[in-house]
Design a protein around this ligand. Structure first.
Ligand code: NAP
Length: 525
């Protein structure tokens, strides 16, 4: 593969932008970054609900090669993170590679040319039609509608997915929800024009997103009913302003910022000892979380309701200083009886109690187990990626899949973290992909495909480690699929993942040479 080979990157979050920056630095210029939204930033552009902020310290939750001395808080708010990502895109001259408002409708591997055909949809009309009909991108291939524009298509030698696992909203299936007569939206599709003043609001879900927006909504709403299925473990958030003097020091002496970053890295890394090695260590965290409840909630019944009954760490441990105080407000009720049905503007719980509401907010998370829609990515012999994943998503080093040559994933299966910054994992994978491209160029390989046994051995080792982890202690979470298989988390220290992805291990791959044209002179060996 030559350096001028075309590379298609999907998504402009930390993954897509980071990949673009590193490609440019390495001298690759023939790449395009496809973004379905109207600006860059990925999840940090899509999620803009009130209170949205990162729950990992920003000094670490940022690129190592573009450390930011100007973060205003220890845990930056969404707006600041999105602005940071945009400034990275501009500084590294990436915007000319970015195609906004472009949905990737499909990517198909072509055996003959050993390359990918990438179909994109830049017609809002067509995309809206598909959304309305509930069509997956892949369905388009079989659709017969003639009156809508065709998808655009181009050839790419390599496809890098930076789509992330948490972008497709999940909605609860509740009887009668379609009869609801009030306003409703998901946390990812926040309607900032909706005025909560004087309104009765129901929030469904108490995960990482909900605990951030509930305190904000509770400030304005006349009443808030919080439908809680499982209370999360929550510990205090060590947040504060980063003072102007500190920022000045970080600007003048970047090594102080780096030292600060390193100290956060190692502090968070220590948590792995509890998550994977010895869950008993997590008792310390549980005690801290129980103390947090006692300190912030006086009412015994409310304390009982918000106290989890599963192992600390089994689901994502959340951080907040204003969630429990919001629940203790007079205008908030925590409801734990579950929802039986919705009738017009009434929510009926499983005990038959009826409560009128004007608005429902879904804090019900994302389809983490189906990060890529059916039919979107088709590899050798037209195999759909979801069929390859019918027993749960798997990838070699979270990056490559047998049957899908030249398709690389960033933030792929089992690269997620419960304890530290995903940006660190993303940078590790970017290095792996970059080394693959360099080796393909050096050796004249047209395509690389991970061997089946390499993939299965790798995954067997991952799942052996996961077996002893706190995530397998019986709670239900989006980390684990319906068969109990953890397809999302990395079971170890992040530096171990970095070691594994430092170099592209070509021995685990089938590497196809460039086809030699008839009449072309083959160089003598
Ligand atoms: P989530 O953690 O999956 O939480 C979803 C919530 O909705 C849970 O409380 C869940 O209850 C509840 N729920 C789901 N379906 C339900 C149903 N049918 N009926 C009643 N309740 C239902 O989703 P999220 O809060 O959007 O967060 C997702 C992930 O995004 C996080 O884990 C995190 O990785 C990421 N995130 C990160 C940040 C950050 O600061 N970096 C902020 C927000 C989100 P159960 O627990 O019983 O399933």
């Amino acid at each position: 593969m030559s350096k001028t080979a075309k590379i298609a990157i999907i998504g402009t979050g930390f993954s897509g932008l980071g990949m673009g920056i590193k490609l440019k630095e390495a001298g690759y210029d023939n790449f395009v970054i496809l973004e379905q939204s109207d600006d860059v930033g990925g999840t940090w552009h899509e999620n803009h609900y009130p209170g949205c902020a990162c729950d990992v310290q920003s000094a670490l939750y940022s690129f190592s090669f573009e450390q930011n001395p100007n973060w205003t808080r220890m845990f930056a708010q969404q707006k600041e993170i999105q602005a940071y990502l945009r400034s990275c895109a501009e500084k590294y001259d990436l915007m000319k590679h970015v195609r906004l408002n472009t949905h990737v409708a499909g990517a198909r591997f072509d055996e003959k040319t050993q390359s990918w055909t990438v179909e994109t949809c830049d017609s809002p009309e067509l995309w809206a039609y598909m959304q309305k009909k509930g069509l997956n991108p892949g369905d388009r291939l079989d659709r017969k509608d003639k009156d809508l524009p065709e998808f655009s298509a181009f050839k790419a030698d390599v496809v890098v997915s930076g789509m992330g696992g948490l972008s497709t909203p999940a909605y609860p299936s509740i009887k009668g929800l379609d009869t609801f007569t009030g306003k409703s939206f998901h946390s990812q599709d926040w309607d900032h024009d909706y005025d909560f003043k004087g309104k009765r609001v129901a929030v469904i879900g108490t995960g990482a997103s909900a605990i951030q927006f509930v305190p904000e909504v509770a400030k304005d709403a006349a009443h808030l009913d919080l439908y809680q299925r499982t209370p999360p473990w929550i510990v205090p958030k060590p947040d504060r302003e980063i003072r102007p003097l500190e920022r000045m020091m970080f600007q003048k002496f970047p090594q102080t910022l780096n030292a600060f970053r390193q100290s956060i890295y190692w502090m968070l890394e220590a948590r792995v000892l509890g998550f994977v090695g010895n869950p008993r260590i997590l008792k310390i965290g549980e005690l801290q979380a129980r103390r947090h409840i006692r300190n912030q909630i006086k009412d015994k019944e409310l304390r009982r309701k918000v106290t989890p009954d599963f192992h600390f760490g089994c689901k994502r441990v959340l951080i907040s200083n204003n969630y429990y105080p919001a629940l203790a407000q007079g205008n908030v009720d925590v409801l734990t009886d579950g929802i039986r049905e919705v009738r017009g503007n009434v929510i009926v719980d499983n005990n038959g109690n009826e409560r009128e509401v004007d608005c429902i907010i879904y804090g019900t998370g994302f389809k983490a187990q189906d990060p890529i829609p059916a039919g979107m990515v088709r590899g050798r012999n037209g195999q759909d990626l979801l069929d390859a994943w019918k027993n749960g998503a798997e990838a070699y080093k979270g990056s490559t899949i047998h049957g899908f040559p030249n398709f690389f994933m960033l933030m792929g299966p089992n690269t997620g973290l419960g304890h530290s910054s995903m940006v660190y994992m993303i940078e590790s994978q970017i290095q792996y992909v970059l080394d693959a491209l360099k080796k393909m160029q050096k050796h004249g390989w047209k395509s690389v495909e991970v061997k089946e046994d390499a993939l299965s051995k790798y995954n067997a080792s991952i799942h052996a480690k996961l077996g002893d982890s706190v995530w397998q202690t019986g709670c239900k979470s989006w980390y684990v699929n319906e068969n109990g298989k953890n397809t999302t988390l990395w079971p170890g220290f992040t530096w171990q993942f970095r070691q594994q992805t430092r170099r592209f291990d070509a021995g685990q791959y089938v590497c196809e040479p460039e086809a030699v044209e008839v009449g072309e002179v083959t160089p003598a060996l």
